[in-house]
Design a protein around this ligand. Structure first.
Ligand code: PEP
Length: 247
């Protein structure tokens, strides 16, 4: 069975009620590829608003959720709270969570397992820093991040992996289609060797890092690229061009 093309947005800590309403209004009747699954990640405080305003064929993701059901975890968002707001997805382990907020592979893996076991679908992010690409350890880094997840995830049905080289995020320096394809292929091979052939064949692997309306079509042609996770360009009306990259 083919892998359905998937395009996720990640608004990070951007937007206001007014801007969200304007953007969602511009997308409302846009003619987008019905064969592409679309999920928009937005800040926790706007999840309810976005879930009410967004067209019903697109879904919403939390940008982070915690690994406990409820309790004394000031500032955190629970899986149940996200679900209570109609949210079906969570982006987890984004490089900004890792690098700015100090989330470890282990913590991210725990969050992944907890979210899945409690009914959210997840987009865990992996990827190397520039120095790691330059010293040839890209796949070692990705394998370590995947290994932590694979030790805790029992069922990969609701997992969409985002490969996001950190040097390409928000920098305008996109990976070449060949660089992205090579790493996606290596990630799929890792899944085959360490999880199962079925999971490797069925899990969607997204590319993220400076994807825009001008570079998405070439990347979308790569056989192991099943879609994108998009930051800056998902805050603009022409994000729909990226959604249609596989058309
Ligand atoms: C991201 O934040 O996941 C991302 C890929 O950002 P950008 O598209 O802006 O590089």
């Amino acid at each position: 069975m083919g892998r359905t093309f998937f395009v996720g947005g990640n608004w990070k800590m951007n937007g206001s009620k007014k801007e969200i309403k304007e953007l969602v209004g511009a997308w409302k009747d846009a003619d987008t590829d019905k064969n592409t699954e679309v999920v928009i990640g937005c800040p926790a405080i706007y999840l309810d608003l976005l879930s009410n305003e967004l067209r019903s064929d697109w879904k919403v993701a939390a940008e982070n959720v915690y690994k406990k059901k409820s309790g004394a975890y000031t500032g955190e968002t629970s899986v149940d709270m996200a679900k209570d707001c109609g949210i079906e997805w969570a982006i987890l382990g984004h490089s900004e969570r890792r690098d700015i907020f100090g989330e470890t592979d282990e913590e991210i893996a725990e969050k992944c397992a907890f979210a899945l076991e409690n009914g959210l679908k997840i987009i865990p992010c992996i990827g190397e820093h520039l120095e790691e690409r330059e010293n040839g350890t890209t796949m070692d880094v990705c394998a370590k991040q995947l290994e932590a997840m694979a030790a805790k995830i029992k069922d990969w049905t609701n997992v969409v992996v985002a490969y996001e080289p950190v040097w390409a995020i928000g920098t305008g320096k996109v990976a070449t289609p060949q660089q992205a394809q090579d790493t996606h292929k290596d990630i799929r091979k890792w899944l085959e060797d360490n999880v199962s052939a079925d999971v490797a064949a069925s899990v969607r692997i997204l590319y993220g890092g400076s994807v825009n309306p001008g570079n998405c079509a070439e990347l979308a042609k790569c056989p192991d690229i099943d879609g994108f996770l998009v930051g800056g360009a998902s805050l603009k009306p022409d994000f729909t061009t990226i959604i249609n990259a596989n058309k």
